[in-house]
Design a binder for this molecule. Structure first.
Ligand code: SAM
Length: 192
């Protein structure tokens, strides 16, 4: 019951932030549980490594990661919007929620997890960002990941929102979820 109340509050807050800043929020609704489940399945590669989630929003992906059995203390959520970050901290007290920018992961994440992150799950609206910001985010991600780490990103277009070759990455389509508004495709990127 408490979870449901929190999730409704989160959705309401998310929609009010979309009205204020549609480009940064980049979505008309939080991700569905089906999209969350697909991302969580590919993020849960072992039972101990830290997992970083970029752009926590109203917490729909965070909820899916926890539902998939990932311990909350292994999850680090980065959210740029102050009001959403405050909400996420109260909704997920055991998760490490950081109010900050995905371009600065090396500075804002605790030093003991740098180089140990196997998976980054991103809900960032990459398509709305200038090329230089996209590059900064990807560089920041691959700097803090383990050598075999992977970056998971969903997009509302069936095509990848990241030109993998431009960044020396390989890409793989992990699936498309039609039960999402709008339908979304999940891509996984690794160092080529
Ligand atoms: C499309 S929403 C995703 C929300 C949620 N993960 C979901 O799937 O429902 C994108 C989120 O990314 C956040 N965001 C945008 N740019 C960011 C950045 N540079 N660093 C961290 N968060 C960012 C926005 O504030 C927003 O909450």
């Amino acid at each position: 019951m408490q979870v449901q109340t929190h999730s409704l509050l989160g959705t309401k807050l998310f929609l009010s932030r979309v009205l204020r800043n549609p480009r940064q929020l980049g979505a008309v609704a939080p991700s569905s549980r089906h999209l969350g489940a697909l991302l969580a399945r590919h993020a849960a590669v072992d039972n101990h490594s830290p997992i970083v989630e970029l752009g926590g929003g109203s917490g729909s992906l965070t909820r899916a990661l926890i539902k998939a059995g990932i311990e909350p203390r292994r999850i680090y959520v980065i959210e740029l919007d102050k009001a959403l970050a405050v909400y996420l901290k109260s909704a997920f007290p055991q998760v490490n929620v950081i109010h900050g920018n995905a371009t600065e992961l090396g500075k804002i994440l605790p030093p003991h997890i740098i180089g140990k992150v196997h998976r980054i799950v991103s809900g960032l609206p990459m398509i709305n960002m200038p090329e230089c910001v996209r590059r900064e985010i990807l560089e920041s991600c691959f700097e803090i990941m383990s050598p075999n780490g992977a970056y998971l990103q969903y997009t509302y277009s069936p095509r990848s929102s990241i030109k993998a070759e431009t960044y020396g990455l390989s890409k793989e389509r992990m699936g498309t979820i039609f039960l999402n508004i709008p339908p979304a495709t999940v891509w996984q990127y690794k160092k080529a």
